[in-house]
Design a protein around this ligand. Structure first.
Ligand code: RIB
Ligand code: CA
Length: 323
């Protein structure tokens, strides 16, 4: 059983990831923590509460986190990708539950201590809350089972700049601080999420068989799919489709064998034209200059059996939300 906190900025693809986690019998969601990213944190928190209502999981706590990056101003929200409300502008009903009184960072630290080594942190937004949790408890990396991050890219071009992925450039200083710590960290970045696609016909099927949850996922995805229709890498697909960025990080928990990794020390560029770039030492041998000596290693997913990830995602939703 994977006992997880999802640190999230919902977000159309965050909603898909949360739905998968709730539907999977081997995953227990201990809480959601929210962060700015796809919208301000007020909006992403409201979305998290609304999603849990519609997914029938209103008892799961939601703790609100950062509304801005550690050191740089917040970039404009990508409303051209996720809509103004970050959920495809479909007008969700007001939430029925209240937010947890603790900050996201405090919530993460509390649950990590409570679960004594069993907690998996899955971060699918900018890493500001994880960096804030590290400030509260520097011993956090030793207290979690693993940290799984949707973010970054090693070889694949970025989706915000030629080298930067949205979650890492959203708070590059936080990403650098998190990757500088020695914890079992796995990065599921664009190298694999640009392969793991979800198609319109999947959402039709999910909508037909998964009640209100399926309806929400299909309707909210329309805006997102429209954005990706303009992506030249996806032109070859006849059907409308979009990357399962965030859901891929959740599927990794239950199907790690579908991914191939490179392990090495990593850093994130904090400023300049390469801001947000994930740099991974793929060679691993000693170098002439000493700067990278002693940096902890992470695992970065470089290849994926995309059909397995896709099929598992769709099957899990169909089983877990069967109406
Ligand atoms: O680059 C993809 C990531 O940024 C995902 O977490 C998605 O929600 C987006 O905003
Ligand atoms: Ca996200």
């Amino acid at each position: 059983m994977h006992r997880i906190i999802i640190d999230t900025d919902p977000g159309v693809d965050d909603a898909q990831a949360i739905a998968y986690a709730l539907a999977h019998p081997d995953i227990s969601v201990e809480g959601l923590t929210t962060v700015f990213g796809n919208a301000s944190v007020d909006i992403t928190t409201r979305n998290a509460l609304q999603l849990l209502d519609v997914f029938g999981a209103g008892e799961i706590p939601v703790a609100q986190g950062a509304d801005h990056p550690l050191q740089i101003p917040r970039f404009a929200s990508p409303d051209f990708v996720h809509g103004k409300d970050a959920m495809g502008d479909i007008g969700l009903a007001p939430p029925t539950s209240l937010v947890d009184p603790r900050s996201a960072a405090q919530f993460i630290v509390d649950i990590a201590n409570q679960l004594q080594g069993e907690l998996t942190l899955v971060a699918i937004g900018p890493l500001t809350n994880i960096a804030a949790a590290l400030r509260l408890d520097a011993g956090l990396p030793a207290k979690v089972r693993q940290l799984v991050i949707m973010g970054g890219t090693v070889v694949e071009p970025g989706n915000v700049t030629p080298v930067a992925e949205a979650n890492f450039i959203g708070d590059p200083h936080a990403a650098e601080q998190v990757l500088a710590q020695d914890w079992p960290a796995t990065v599921i970045g664009l190298d694999v999420t640009h392969q793991t696609l979800l198609y319109d016909q999947d959402l039709e099927k999910i909508s037909a068989h998964c009640g209100d949850a399926g309806d929400l996922l299909r309707k909210s995805s329309r805006f997102y799919f429209d954005f990706y229709r303009g992506d030249k890498n996806l032109e070859k697909h006849e059907q409308s489709c979009a990357p399962m960025h965030d859901a891929s990080a959740l599927v990794y928990l239950t199907k790690p064998e579908a991914f191939t990794f490179v392990t090495g020390a990593a850093c994130v560029i904090e400023d300049g034209p390469a801001m947000g770039q994930l740099v991974l030492d793929r060679k691993g041998s000693p170098y002439v200059m000493p700067h990278w000596e002693g940096r902890p290693k992470i695992s970065a997913a470089m290849q994926v059996q995309a059909a397995r990830v896709h099929d598992d995602f769709v099957d899990t939703l169909l089983r877990g939300f069967a109406a």
